[in-house]
Design a protein around this ligand. Sequence first.
Ligand SMILES: Nc1nc2c(ncn2[C@@H]2O[C@H](COP(=O)(O)OP(=O)(O)OP(=O)(O)O)[C@@H](O)[C@H]2O)c(=O)[nH]1
Ligand SMILES: [Mg+2]
Length: 222
Amino acid sequence: MTRVPLEQKVLSENDRAAAELREQFRASGTLCLNIIGSPGCGKTALLEKTLAAMDPYARVAVLTGDIQTDADAQRLGRYGFPARQITTGGACHLDARMIVRSLSGWLTGDVDLLFIENVGNLVCPTSYDLGEHAKIVVLSAAEGEEKPLKYPGIFYKSELMVLSKVDLLPYVPFDRELAIRNARATNPAIEVVEVSATTGQGIDGWLQWIARRRSAAGLRVS
Ligand SMILES: Nc1nc2c(ncn2[C@@H]2O[C@H](COP(=O)(O)OP(=O)(O)OP(=O)(O)O)[C@@H](O)[C@H]2O)c(=O)[nH]1
Ligand SMILES: [Mg+2]
């Protein structure tokens, strides 16, 4: 079998599992966000800040993917919300079947918001539908403003670019306006929020984006 048909078969199997997840999220009224970015861009730090800002009674859960270790689930588990690690053992992305397996029998009730932190990678996770409402790409101020041009796939497929680590802007030669222009050259509709998980700057705007996205999905805004 040549590479292309094999890839198509894997993706169509993934799409079946993703459709199952989408139906599950619809039935439970869950907004699912798939967060993608390069290793170390600040995905877990953003989620830590997000969970810390949530109402303790909010119905929120996090799945986090890594090739090895449960370090991120341990970090995310400190905020009183369910957090579970998916260790891929080598795969550079999460796929829909991994999400189906992880959700099976895990949560005791429905959640309003499910964050999925994908494996740190700007390429592999792009092709895998996880049944999410939106993909979100995180690009940090330490990575270079040309990344949206070099890795256009994920910027094209994301509804939102989180420009992270903006506290570093005074210290690094990163042109934030050019980074945003580059992202919009690939995807004119992409929205942008700028955050620092270190200082908390922009976290409110990120939470407001999530609330707007829930409402756009026809879900109750708490
Ligand atoms: N200055 C600064 N550093 C940050 C910020 N967010 C994260 N970091 C640092 O960046 C490093 C990586 O952060 P993580 O949150 O682990 O990044 P990640 O994207 O989850 O990494 P992987 O899961 O390995 O892909 C850590 O040393 C963080 O302390 C930020 O807003 N500002
Ligand atoms: Mg992480």
